[in-house]
Design a protein around this ligand. Structure first.
Ligand code: SF4
Length: 444
């Protein structure tokens, strides 16, 4: 019998930098390339072409992106660049004239076309079929779900709107279809991401689309209610405290959504928030947090803060510390203000000296570690659900996360005597100990 020898599929290496949103883009690009017959290469040497998906959010991220491009050129030589830094093609071309092509963020067709040109696809697209959920770079049991792109705000320290444009929301039916496929393929946790999750659907005037026999509006509350019915954990990121956020509390209380909110407050001092041009800058936010916690007692709130923004006085900074004491947030990340090329904040007077920024950063981290430690200690003796991320066969232990912990940015739960559990399992466990960031527990 004559057998057909399939041609070797061309191999693509991938370096994905930056935030989870960029990772979602990388996943989309790789899904398309896989369906076009490409294989992935785990290393530079086996790749016919290397794709570098860059981040251009901060100057330090740009430097990291340039370094990654340089490394890919040195190790492989055939490099296509995409992502946020694609907007700054001249800088890349000047440093690395040998780069084969440069495309910007979300130009999926352009980057796929550039890869096709650099390493033409093999004649048989049957060699590597895409799994139902698309080819994922994150572990199978959790998935990022991007609901919109771009942002209508113009925060003084941020250049995302320049890089990615104004808000463009995806249709709710398209998001729900993707989410359904991910859950069918084994996803246990959907992480909803965008630049501004609360603004979802504004550009679509919150129009309704038909989904499984009923109508779903392009609105955050409608969308997350539907996502919550799919049977996976649903975690909301990048939520601004617009008034309608109050309406997701009943969904959390019902168990449709995880009792978790990631709200990037960035500061608390009204003066600095105004200077930052932050959205939903509401002085009554502490009162609302109290109200949310009354409705959802186990609500975990994570946030990030910028210290040393131009004009931030010691008084503004103390205001922030006092606010944090009151707010008792569960997880806090802090950043020292860094001028990003193109951001309007760079031109503001009264830039804060580096040593002052450093000192404030240390103080804010110290306070948030103390609050986090006390909150975690209060969980000792309680029983909670833990989603297993990794099992350690050697020790019989496992590492996972509770409903209060997002992957990569929050804490972990370390389980003892957890032999037999595998990533994606959800286990009831009793908390035995804690430290500033993590919990230690045993399955019950
Ligand atoms: S809300 Fe502000 S910080 Fe966030 S992407 Fe929009 S402009 Fe940037």
């Amino acid at each position: 019998m004559k057998t057909i020898t399939l041609p070797r599929p061309p191999k693509v290496g991938l370096v994905s930098l930056g935030c989870p949103k960029n990772l979602v883009d990388s996943e989309r690009i790789m899904t398309k390339l896989r369906s076009d017959g490409y294989a992935m290469s785990p290393d530079y040497s086996g790749a016919d072409v290397v794709l570098v998906n860059t981040c251009g959010f901060l100057d330090s991220a740009k430097a990291e992106s340039l370094e990654a491009i340089g490394e890919a050129i040195a190790e492989n030589g055939r490099v296509v660049v995409t992502g946020c830094m694609g907007k700054e093609a001249e800088i890349i071309r000047e440093r690395f004239p040998q780069v084969l092509a440069i495309t910007g963020a979300h130009q999926y067709e352009a980057v796929v076309a550039a890869v096709h040109e650099a390493a033409p696809p093999s004649a048989s697209p049957f060699t590597d079929l895409v799994p139902e959920s698309g080819l994922k770079l994150t572990p199978r049991h959790y998935s990022y779900l991007k609901i919109s792109e771009g942002c209508n705000h113009r925060c003084a320290f941020c250049i995302i709107p320049q890089l990615r444009g104004d808000l463009v929301s995806r249709r709710p039916d398209a998001i729900l279809r993707e989410a359904e496929k991910l859950v069918a393929a084994g996803t246990k946790e959907l992480l909803v991401i965008s630049q501004d999750t609360s603004a979802y659907g504004l550009d679509l005037r919150h129009a309704a689309w038909s989904w499984r026999g009923h109508e779903v509006r392009a609105h955050m509350t409608d969308l997350v209610r539907e996502l919550g019915s799919l049977g996976a954990w649903v975690r909301l990121h990048y939520v601004y405290p617009y008034p309608h956020v109050d309406h997701v509390m009943p969904l959390m209380a019902e168990g449709l959504l995880l009792p978790y909110l990631d709200i990037p407050f960035q500061h608390a001092s009204p003066r600095i928030l105004r200077a930052m041009k932050r959205p939903a800058n509401d002085a009554r936010v502490l009162q609302r947090i109290r109200q949310w916690r009354a409705e959802v007692p186990d609500l975990a709130i994570r946030s990030s803060f910028v210290v040393g923004f131009p004009g931030e006085t010691e008084e503004d900074f103390r205001y922030l510390l006092g606010w944090l004491e009151e707010a008792q947030l569960d997880r806090v990340g802090a950043f020292r203000f860094e001028p990003v090329e193109g951001a309007s904040a760079n031109a503001l007077p009264d830039q804060v000296p580096d040593e002052v920024k450093h000192d404030r950063f240390e103080r804010v981290m110290e306070l948030s570690a103390r609050i986090s430690a006390a909150k975690l200690e209060a969980k000792i003796g309680k029983t909670l659900d833990v989603l297993i991320d990794a099992a350690d066969v050697g020790t019989g232990g496992a590492t996972g996360r509770s409903k209060a912990d997002a992957p990569e940015i929050d804490g972990e739960v370390h389980l003892r005597d957890a032999a037999g559990f595998k990533p994606g399992d959800i286990v009831r466990a009793r908390v035995e100990d804690s430290d500033a960031h993590d919990l230690y527990a045993v399955p019950v």
